[in-house]
Design a protein around this ligand. Sequence first.
Ligand SMILES: Nc1ncnc2c1ncn2[C@@H]1O[C@H](COP(=O)(O)O)[C@@H](OP(=O)(O)O)[C@H]1O
Ligand SMILES: [Mg+2]
Length: 445
Amino acid sequence: MFICVSTFYKVRINLLYKTIFFNVCDSAQLGDPCNIKSTQLALEGRGNRAPTNQDGARKLGTEMSQEREGKYGRELDVAVQAIQLACVLSQRVQERLLDNEEVAGSKNDESLVTVADWGVQAVVTWVLSQAFNEEEIPMVAEEDTRDLRGMEGMAMLRKVVHAVNECLMESSVMGIVPPRQPLGTIDVLKAINRGTTKGGPVGRHWVLDPIDGTLGFVRGDQYAIALAMVENGEVVLGVLGCPNLPLRSEWLNYHHRYYRVASKLFPPSPGVWHKGCVMSAQRAGQAWMQPMIFDGTTFRQSVAPQLVSVSGIVDPAQARFCEPVEKSNSSHSFTAGLADTLGLRKQPLRVYSMAKYAAVARGDAEIFMKFARAGYKEKIWDHAAGVLIVQEAGGVVTDAGGRPLDFSKGRRLEGLDRGIIACSGKKLHSKIIEAVDASWNSSTL
Ligand SMILES: Nc1ncnc2c1ncn2[C@@H]1O[C@H](COP(=O)(O)O)[C@@H](OP(=O)(O)O)[C@H]1O
Ligand SMILES: [Mg+2]
């Protein structure tokens, strides 16, 4: 009893300390919290207003879409717009879930699902179809409409259609022309169903995880919206929307709930970019980061994306590794053994979703490792965008045998050797591969 009470107070005091710390940091110059090359971080005096007219709103999107060059520049622009818009939907749904105005459902396979999983898939597919004038955008995506059928699915479907239309009506803020009239139920179902493409080694297709880390999403923690384009089996473009990713990496140690409490108690100065980003990259290009246009309550003006790069740390004692929160998704005991062998002294950062790839790409952590149980087949939408962003930020991503991940085999990452290792540099990476080889046979995996 005494232990429980004292632990409770310790947590409270810790939280209070963090809260004060957060407030002090935020009211100060933001500096360079995450290895961003350009330093235009604070957005004070730059909007923070709800758009009042469509012309003004369109201008925001136009500025945003003038940034990219390169072979996939146009596709990247559209993909970033689609993700910015999808993040409006997801942030609203997450707030409703946390305020108990909405509840998560479960799919036939008993995995969690929310209005946002289907809603984001519909919104992103709709935006891509409009931009590229293609009725049938080839899309490999996580969701389908099976669980929206029949009487059981009807209530959820109604909510999805509502969320999609609510979101699309605001699309002009992102420079996207909204639909002339609200989408009907059939339009929404069709948009979601486009995600059933098989993928494979030939031609172009998009790859989407509408809400990656659904468990984190439902718990009010980290999640990501991940969109990639695969051309002839290679990922050539990737965009990751991470609405809750704090700009200060030390906050990744805590559940986002604390961050929400802290920022409610001591709201950061208006317009200051303190959390949420969209990261993007194209092959043979660079990796970029920009703030969310919608920060959960207000829209702000878009700013030019900034280059990001991986950390330069090579000493394992200084390096930080991240891994899934759920030990059922990746063996914590195996990575703890590896950390010991490698001399990684820092506590692992346990983060939901592909936000872990974002953390490595922008230098918050040096390593991301995932070792799923034997027999689990990784899906391409859980990795495509994140892998490219880490690579273009200067990092290395392979399976545990040191081979590149193969996105050419359809919806799953076939032939994956043991696990996935994303790393800021080759030296750390090869040390990890050696350590995996040395300890694999004695592991229970
Ligand atoms: N048993 C398992 N082993 C490994 N990964 C799993 C898993 N079950 C689900 N996943 C994947 O892990 C993702 C979450 O990653 P993380 O654990 O890093 O937050 C899930 O994405 P979704 O939430 O999109 O379904 C899902 O694809
Ligand atoms: Mg996922």
